[in-house]
Design a protein around this ligand. Structure first.
Ligand code: CU
Length: 443
């Protein structure tokens, strides 16, 4: 549809496009426009679906090229060229004219919204008869990803958190008595310490990553108002509800809000996350949290905590997550509740013999986790909606690990037999140097 439109406009404006080749990814967008005449030529370019169409424009040397750029997408995009020329950030439906000037060598272009270049929003302007370096550099490859050049800070596990650091409170607050929950989630760019001395500009729900934990019972209704006070489009997806995602999970622009209602039809430890593409980047940059829906007749315990497991792909100090590391699935650390070895610095205190329930959600975006408490055995395991293990089972069995794929959740229960420090780890990433470490302190 968009391809047809772009084709029509191109034909109308210049009638000199002699070849448009189909897009290899099946979107129907023309991949290549060939402009055979010189002089001043205008080519219509559309921004949508993580593509720039056409993605290659071939011109005769010296052609003075003008791009008529239209954003036909629901979210904002722009187009910048490596010559420094650029459009404004275009809202849905907006157009701009970009004067490229005389083309004597290859020019690369891309959308500057974080993640969009890596997702494929690139343009190559090439000169006929030249094999173009520009074409390669603008391609969908690692070079096109925002690895910003500046070096990411290293995590020093022996360092102390900064003076203003506050641990993320892992305590699961009791579910409110009411069956209707009203929650406001405000998205902001927030500079957050994620390891001692390491700060990242995260996109947060209500200022923290993970965002706030929501807690309710089966059948509760959640009315969530998402407010976007950040600098780019974001959305929200609650796995705890079941509904057509088209409207409630749409991306909203900065300054906008939307209200989203879902019924928690089933128990579980559910993920919520930003639904804006590319989602791995939005998740990796802090946009996730947990919704805990108690199974009916859940026994009361002495201590209940929530640990959200996620990966850190550090960008430069004060920057956003590194897209190349995300694509390569090479995290600098995996962490519980957003901070490297957080509960080594602030151990979770329990009493000897107390019954402890630990809810775990794997926010990913990519890696599984194997949650283990050194020195403890789980007599209860609940994973993805079902008990795998209950106390006093006929097999007299217990469990050592709650394993979760990305976006899964569950809980375990145990009691600590004597005073001491009981480390908990992601046994799938057991190197304690890498952030997935914490302590239960029993007294
Ligand atoms: Cu987002």
């Amino acid at each position: 549809m968009i391809g047809g439109l772009a084709l029509g406009v191109v034909m109308l404006v210049i009638a000199l496009v002699v070849a448009l080749t189909g897009s290899p990814n099946g979107t129907g967008a023309p991949a290549k426009a060939v402009v055979t005449a010189g002089g001043t030529q205008t080519v219509a370019v559309t921004l949508a679906d993580m593509l720039i169409a056409p993605s290659v424009i071939q011109v005769t040397r010296g052609t003075r090229l003008v791009l008529h750029v239209t954003n036909t997408d629901a979210m904002r995009h722009d187009l910048v060229l490596d010559t420094g020329k650029k459009t404004a950030m275009l809202d849905a439906g907006d157009s701009a004219t970009l004067e490229v000037g005389a083309v004597n060598k290859a020019v690369a272009g891309w959308c500057t919204v974080p993640g969009h270049r890596a997702a494929g929003m690139t343009l190559s302007i090439v000169v006929k008869g030249e094999t173009s370096a520009g074409q390669a550099s603008a391609g969908h490859d690692m070079a096109g990803m925002a690895s910003s050049g500046a070096k990411a800070p290293a995590i020093d596990v022996n360092a102390k958190p900064g003076p203003n650091w506050k641990p993320y409170d892992p305590t699961l607050a009791p579910a409110p008595g009411a069956t209707e929950h009203h929650v406001t989630m405000t998205v902001r760019n927030t500079v957050v310490e994620v390891a001692p001395g390491v700060r990242q500009k995260l996109w947060t729900f209500n200022g923290t990553a993970p965002g706030p934990t929501l807690h309710g019972k089966v059948g509760d209704v959640f009315t969530v108002t998402l407010v976007n006070r950040a600098s780019m489009g974001h959305g929200i997806d609650f796995h705890a509800g079941s509904l057509a995602p088209d409207e409630p999970m749409r991306t909203i622009d900065p300054g906008k809000s939307l209200t989203y209602q879902f019924v928690a039809g089933y128990s579980g430890a559910w993920l919520y996350h930003c639904s804006t593409m590319p989602m791995t980047l939005h998740l990796a940059n802090g946009m996730f949290g947990a919704v805990i829906i108690d199974p009916p007749n859940l026994p009361k315990v002495d201590k209940e905590v929530v640990l959200v497991h996620s990966e850190l792909y550090l960008g430069p100090q004060g920057g956003t997550a590194d897209e190349a590391k995300i694509a390569a699935e090479k995290p600098d650390a995996v962490v519980f509740n957003g901070y490297a070895n957080q509960y080594d610095h602030a151990p979770i205190k329990v009493k000897v013999g107390q019954r402890v329930r630990v809810w775990v959600v794997d926010a990913g975006p990519s890696r599984p986790t194997a949650f283990h408490v050194v020195g403890a055995q789980f007599d209860t395991v609940f994973k993805e909606g079902a008990y795998l293990l209950k106390p006093n089972n006929p097999e007299h069995g217990a469990s050592q690990v709650l394993d979760l794929a990305a976006a899964q959740g569950g809980f375990v229960e145990f009691a600590l037999p004597e005073a001491g420090h009981y480390p908990f780890v992601d046994h799938a990433f057991v190197d304690a140097e890498r952030g997935a470490h914490g302590l239960f302190e029993a007294s």
